[in-house]
Design a binder for this molecule. Structure first.
Ligand code: PRP
Ligand code: MN
Ligand code: MG
Length: 181
């Protein structure tokens, strides 16, 4: 069968729980940024789904921009050395920036991004991540809006890929062992 679901074991976070959580986070964001000029920055490609659903749950005006970064290194995991593949279109000067991510794994990508953004003159910089793996952290990220803390397993779906596939799942799931072998 070519059904993606045959390649999954556990559904870790269902579509319903994701959407409920994003509505909850959006309500907090609306309140925290009341009267402010917010720029949501999505980190391509994983953050596409989170951005789309979070942004549509917000009531206040926001702008959206995108940053594409890629890690060097042979492994599948972030090396922490990051190359900008597409920079922001926006000038961050005076902006209230909210970085939108699908997952904080080692934290290296966001650590690099936060440092990169720090010199661009933003009024504030915060992070919203749907998922976080506390047991995988190599560097601590101060993330104001976290959806779910999850175990240190390889998860896919809702933007998260394995070799560029599985991003289109509606849920976040654990890949079945036979897919790796
Ligand atoms: C994934 C994920 C995060 C990052 C988290 O992106 O979307 O951006 O890794 O890992 P870290 O905390 O260990 O740095 P990836 O580099 O796979 O690119 P993608 O978003 O295009 O899949
Ligand atoms: Mn990513
Ligand atoms: Mg990836």
């Amino acid at each position: 069968s070519s059904d993606i679901r045959d390649e999954l074991t556990d559904i870790l976070v269902t579509e319903t729980r994701i959407q409920d959580k994003l509505r909850e986070l959006a309500a907090r964001i609306d309140e925290d940024y009341e009267g402010k000029d917010v720029l949501l920055v999505g980190v391509l490609k994983g953050a596409v789904m989170v951005m789309a659903d979070l942004a549509r749950s917000l009531r206040n005006h926001v702008e959206m921009d995108w940053m594409a970064v890629s890690s060097y290194g042979a492994g599948t995991k972030s090396s922490g050395v990051v190359q900008i593949r597409k920079d922001l279109d926006s000038d961050l000067t005076g902006r209230h920036v909210l970085i939108v991510e699908d997952i904080i794994d080692s934290g290296l990508t966001l650590s690099w991004l936060l440092e990169n953004f720090a010199s661009r003159g933003a009024a504030s910089i915060e992070v919203c991540a749907l998922l976080r793996k506390p047991d995988a952290a190599k560097v601590e990220i101060d993330c104001k809006y976290v959806g779910f803390d999850i175990p240190n397993e390889f998860v896919v779906g809702y933007g998260l890929d394995f070799a560029e596939r599985y991003r289109n799942l509606r849920d976040v799931a654990v890949l079945a062992p036979h897919v790796y072998s």
